[in-house]
Design a protein around this ligand. Structure first.
Ligand code: DGL
Length: 289
């Protein structure tokens, strides 16, 4: 494939990254390859080593398809894997956390920002460190929301279970008098309606997808990449491709596909260990840079 027609790769554990895919589709006229690691969803409570390995394997797969850049449309991977993989990937990697932090800083007036995210993202301290670095006067209130990704992946975006989980997670943030709320997991914008209703209309809600798409758009322009005349969409899933196709079509609001299957092969004995050994010269176990 010629570089002028090289696609952009996007990945997530499941349907969440489609919020970024939708934002990209609105802004960039490029072939897009979306990879859903549905064999391993949810990422939110997995060990950092696993997230590193899955992210690395997906990026390598996307590179085989000659992508010119990869978007980690996943906060958990952006937090736990990107700082390390940026040193080894050999292809530009875009994450969703930097754009979210920038937008949060621009939006807040009372300097009290709420973050809803997975356990892995919150515990990584990635958002906390970035706010500390770029806006030390901002107080960040981080809420782990482990129930939300399984609900969204099950196609539940409304109803009593969703309401109860959102009430539980939003209550401490609202009590903390935040004026800005970051949806720090790409699955959560699919819950925007109930989140907006519970949070109230005074709170600025940040969906990092839009700013991430802007970053990619700007980079394409700066590097002189022309639009593709007839942009193609390609989908891969590490789990059942038919299930992903049905679910993704539901969330995107139109039929997408076909979805191809790729087995993401961590079962090979010692695969994760030998990957970590290869990584050892650049990875010293730190969370972030
Ligand atoms: N949507 C991803 C994120 O932004 C992954 C969530 C998960 O699989 O737990 O963190």
């Amino acid at each position: 494939m010629e570089q002028s027609h090289a696609p952009i790769g996007i990945y997530d554990s499941g349907v969440g990254g489609l919020t970024v895919w939708l934002a990209l589709k609105r802004l960039v006229k490029q072939d897009l390859i979306y990879y859903a690691d549905t064999a391993h969803v949810p990422y939110g409570e997995k060990a950092r080593e696993q997230i590193l390995f899955y992210s690395h394997t997906i990026i390598s797969f996307l590179k085989q398809h000659k992508v010119r850049a990869v978007v980690a449309a996943c906060n958990t991977s952006s937090a736990l894997a990107l700082p390390t993989l940026r040193l080894t990937a050999g292809v530009p990697l875009f994450g969703v956390i930097e754009p979210a932090v920038r937008e949060g800083i621009a939006a807040t007036k009372n300097k009290r920002i709420g973050l809803m995210a997975t356990v892995g993202t919150v515990d990584s301290g990635s958002y906390q460190r970035r706010f500390h670095r770029h806006a030390p006067d901002v107080q960040l209130f981080a809420q782990k929301c482990p129930k939300l990704v399984p609900l969204v992946e099950a196609g539940k975006t409304a109803g009593p279970e969703v309401e109860a989980a959102l009430q539980q997670y939003l209550e401490p943030l609202l009590k903390a008098d935040i004026d800005t709320l970051i949806l720090g997991c790409t699955h959560y914008p699919f819950l925007l309606e109930p989140i907006r209703r519970i949070a109230g209309k005074e709170i600025a809600i940040i969906d990092p997808a839009h700013q991430t798409a802007q970053d990619v758009f700007k980079w394409l322009k700066e590097n002189g990449y022309a639009d593709s005349g007839n942009p193609q969409d390609i989908f891969w899933a590490s789990g059942n491709p038919h299930k992903f196709q049905a679910k993704a079509s539901f969330f995107v609001g139109r039929q997408i596909g076909p979805v191809h299957h790729h087995k993401l092969d961590e079962e090979k004995p010692g695969a994760i260990q030998s990957f970590l050994l290869e990584l050892a010269p650049v990875w010293r176990g730190e969370n972030d840079q």
